[in-house]
Design a protein around this ligand. Structure first.
Ligand SMILES: NC(=O)c1ccc[n+]([C@@H]2O[C@H](COP(=O)([O-])OP(=O)(O)OC[C@H]3O[C@@H](n4cnc5c(N)ncnc54)[C@H](O)[C@@H]3O)[C@@H](O)[C@H]2O)c1
Length: 439
């Protein structure tokens, strides 16, 4: 039974442009995957928008539509891709180099991938130090570069006739920076763009260009990007949804599944040591201490919030948590992670859990990009603006309102996501109370 009026959602008519700063392992695995799914060459495993259902009403009503049938999402056939990168490789060549998907699979989607030629990037080696490439815009100020990005978007719109766009940052992790005075208001930020203020990162120039063009923005990397008062002001002013930061894959995904379970049983934790080997370009960029610092911050923050040591000092007050990423080229994208968790139980008796996750980074990230594209577009058509906390499910360091803590527990995040979809459609929210079944 509907308890409220559904939110008005504009239909997903016409094509949806997907704008990707960064045409590396994640972007190409995402695009190649969408093309493969469209041709029936593989299944979109890991994607909620394609596979998950949402329960409606009581448990005995048997109403569990697919999410994609419950809310109006853009169809895969309606996606049009564009990207920027500092390298000139088209999406097929970039995917071959990233070596995530096997050559036989890439051959079968070669034609649509070859059509995606990266546009010249807005790049600054002070923000990403380990790579250098020729396909970079030259201009006097950061504002000039933002305008060049807006021209790129205009040309893409004209060429493809897309009705709407979303932008997802899939570029390298930029060095760690705290927000500076130039990030505190839109006025200061725009003055900074004109004055070519070095505190404005390339990812922020892309975010600014997107928002100025009426395009929602998501950040798949840990650097600040849109997460500043200035750009949030612009997002709110322009009625645009934004979200970030840092796709939740691999070790952090495991952490946000396991830590809530241990805490649910009031088991103590003395330490969690995580180490990884990773050999793709992302690993190379993260080998730089500045970029690693951005990643470390997002990776370390999750346990503190989930375990709440302030409420449970006896269980989690003395937790040693460390995260290492080691660049090890032979592994390419096939990352291996080891976790050692020192826990303690009844009367303080110690125990250990070991996790050895042989994962594929971009295989885990690609469905997240797809879901974020479709959900951000949905949010926009539903008139939602500013930070989309219901999309925290996808991020290691979810953006959040200044006066609340971020929610990291993946099960709470999932409930929030599905309740938001129910709320959009005027369906009853699910609390799991369930007393009515026993009255
Ligand atoms: N599972 C995952 O793979 C995963 C998880 C979480 C976050 N991420 C983040 O997603 C991002 C992409 O990961 P990836 O594995 O595809 O890395 P990648 O190195 O393969 O691709 C990133 C691409 O961005 C390009 N680039 C860098 N700066 C740019 C700029 N200013 N403009 C345009 N292009 C630029 C690089 O040349 C590179 O081709 C990284 O920041 C990574 O930390 C990835």
């Amino acid at each position: 039974m509907a308890i409220k009026q559904p939110v008005r959602i504009a239909p997903a008519d016409g094509k949806l442009g997907v704008l990707l700063p960064g045409l590396g392992a994640v972007s190409t695995t995402f695009i190649a995957g969408v093309e493969a799914v469209k041709r029936g060459l593989g299944a979109p495993i890991g994607s909620l928008t394609q596979l998950a259902t949402v329960r409606l009403g009581k448990r005995n009503e048997g109403r569990t539509p697919l999410i994609k049938d419950f809310v109006p999402l853009a169809a895969l056939d309606d996606l049009e891709f564009a990207a920027w990168d500092i390298y000139e490789d088209n999406a097929y060549e970039a995917a071959r180099k990233a070596a995530v998907l096997d050559p036989a699979m890439l051959e079968r989607v070669r034609e649509p991938l070859e059509r995606i030629q990266p546009m010249e990037a807005v790049f600054d080696r002070n923000y990403v130090r380990r790579i250098v490439g020729p396909n970079v815009k030259e201009a006097r100020t950061r504002m000039d570069k933002a305008e060049m990005l807006m021209d790129d978007i205009r040309r893409f719109r004209e060429r493809t006739g897309v009705a709407r766009c979303v932008m997802i940052w899939c570029g390298s992790t930029e060095v760690h920076k705290r927000p500076a005075p130039v990030h505190q208001s839109l006025k200061a930020f725009e003055a900074g763009l004109r004055a070519n203020d070095p505190d404005i990162a390339p990812s922020q120039i892309y975010a600014y260009a997107a928002l100025k063009m009426g395009i929602p923005y998501a950040n798949g990397a840990p650097n600040l990007s849109v997460d500043t008062p200035a750009l949030l002001e612009l997002a709110r002013e322009a009625n645009l949804p934004v979200c970030g930061k840092d796709f939740k894959t691999g070790q952090t995904l495991m952490k946000t599944m396991i830590a809530p379970g241990l805490k649910a049983r009031m088991l103590g934790m003395a330490g969690w040591f995580s180490t990884n080997i990773l050999g793709n370009r992302d690993g190379e960029v993260l080998d730089d201490p500045g970029s690693f610092k951005s990643k470390e911050e997002t990776k370390l923050s999750v346990l503190d919030q989930i375990l709440q040591p302030n409420l449970y000092p006896q269980l989690y007050g003395n937790l040693h948590h460390s995260v290492r990423i080691n660049y090890y080229p032979p592994r390419g994208d096939a990352k291996e992670g080891w976790d050692n968790i020192d826990i303690f139980g009844w009367l303080g008796y110690p125990m250990q859990i070991k996790i050895n996750f042989l994962c594929r980074d971009s295989i885990l990230a690609a469905p997240l990009v797809l879901d974020l594209v479709l959900f951000l577009d949905l949010a926009h058509r539903a008139g939602l603006r500013g930070i989309q906390e219901w999309l925290s499910f996808y991020f290691k360091a979810p953006m959040h309102a200044p006066d609340i803590y971020p929610e990291h527990d993946i099960f709470i995040q999932l409930m929030k996501l599905k309740n938001t979809l129910r709320w959009m459609r005027g369906e009853e929210l699910i609390t799991h109370l369930g007393l009515e079944y026993y009255d």
